[in-house]
Design a protein around this ligand. Structure first.
Ligand code: CP3
Length: 352
């Protein structure tokens, strides 16, 4: 790790001292960037972009080339690569998001499900190796996967943007089936992240985008416990030194429970106060977040104000990674991102 030229992100994950607050942006390579839209048009479909090593490398580096103040790269891929490799028939429908033509609808579908061969996902590990080479150790590279619960929502609902009634009906009537699926997902994610680590990623993040749809009594049972198993198993496999970030969107009320999963960092959305979260987590983990992405649609003056409020809220000391509370929207003007990054870099130095 010491070979990284800019290791402020990794140092913060280890709760070590840095001279400013590091920053990266969820979905930093994406449609708000004209250079991304150009490469995306050349690639054809979104999955073609992910599967082509050169294109995936190019788009991963685009935000870093545009914004020298970014402190990390994130692998360009998607959480749905795993269900795709499970033959559920993934298709990204223009303007409608992801859809599966063979979702899991009954016991027989669930029983047929298996951990995919990592061979099928080799395009992801090839992209990691190629991106690492292209980065020349400028900044670290984050690998990622979806949480078992979040993957299951897509695998069972068959699409995004639902009210989760199909998966909840299964959970509340066939607890055995849902746990069978979640177990397979957890083992698949563990193997997948281990392969990303072997290929060279410097940290891993588990996106639990829909854990917040669960009740207080069900969050640990269906979502957190499976993330816990992934963290534990990666550590048992000898990857204790690779920092692990968990992020449950809408999960700010379960921070104590999240600490028990033993991650290095917890991602926060914008509903949660960083100072409150810091008190609850007692400086045992780093905190990543948490500006509302729509702030970037507003004025320069308001962006500056909002960034400062977040940095003030965290306050003095180490352990904060600045980020948005969810992915950047495609309607963001790229110049607004530059302002956010400059304010983070300049204003955060007083706290370190
Ligand atoms: O952060 C990054 O820059 C890395 C790339 C990344 C993508 N998806 C690329 C992408 C990451 C980390 C993801 C994770 C992901 N994918 C999540 C978890 C994070 C979250 O947003 O909650 C989820 C739920 C998905 C599933 C997914 N992929 C959806 C719902 C969509 C369609 C909605 C949308 O924003 O378009 C995607 C497609 C997708 N994944 C795009 C990108 C850049 C847009 C596709 C395009 O270019 O047309």
């Amino acid at each position: 790790m010491s070979s990284l030229i800019n290791d402020s992100f990794i140092k913060t994950l280890q709760l070590k001292k840095t001279s400013y607050t590091p920053v990266w942006i969820m979905r930093q390579a994406g449609r708000y960037l004209p250079e991304y839209r150009k490469t995306r048009a050349n690639a054809g479909s979104f999955m073609d972009l992910c599967r082509n090593t050169d294109f995936a490398t190019e788009v991963t580096l685009q935000p870093l080339d545009r914004y020298p103040l970014l402190d990390s790269a994130i692998l360009f891929s998607d959480i749905l690569t795993i269900p795709d490799a499970m033959n559920l028939g993934l298709d990204f429908v223009q303007g409608e998001g992801p859809q599966f033509s063979n979702p899991i609808q009954n016991e027989s579908d669930a029983k047929k499900l298996d951990i995919p061969s990592m061979e099928k996902l080799s395009y992801v590990f090839d992209a990691v190796r190629s991106i690492k080479e292209a980065l020349k150790n400028r900044v670290p590279l984050i690998g990622f996967a979806g949480s078992p619960w979040t993957l299951a929502t897509y695998m069972i609902e068959g699409r995004g943007g639902t009210d989760f009634l199909t998966i909840k009906k299964m959970a509340y009537s066939r607890d055995d089936l849902i746990h069978h699926i979640l177990k397979i997902n957890a083992e698949s994610v563990t193997q997948y992240l281990a392969e990303q680590i072997k290929a060279g990623v410097n940290a891993v993040m588990i996106f639990d985008s829909w854990g917040g749809a669960l009740s207080h009594h069900d969050y640990e049972k269906y979502s957190l416990n499976y993330m816990k198993v992934i963290v534990q198993n990666l550590n048992l496999m000898g990857y204790e030194d690779i920092p692990k970030i968990i992020f449950t969107k809408g999960g700010g009320q379960w921070l104590k429970q999240q600490v028990s999963a033993n991650p290095n960092a917890i991602g926060l959305d914008w509903q949660t106060s960083l100072s409150e979260a810091r008190k609850i987590t007692n400086n045992k983990v780093a905190l990543q977040g948490n500006m509302d992405p729509s702030i970037l649609l507003g004025s320069e003056k308001n962006i500056e104000h909002a960034v400062k409020k977040i940095l003030d809220d965290y306050g003095e000391g180490e352990g904060h990674i600045f980020n948005l509370g969810h992915g950047i929207t495609q309607f963001t003007e790229p110049e607004k991102v530059e302002i956010m990054l400059q304010v983070v870099r300049e204003y955060s130095q007083q706290f370190h």
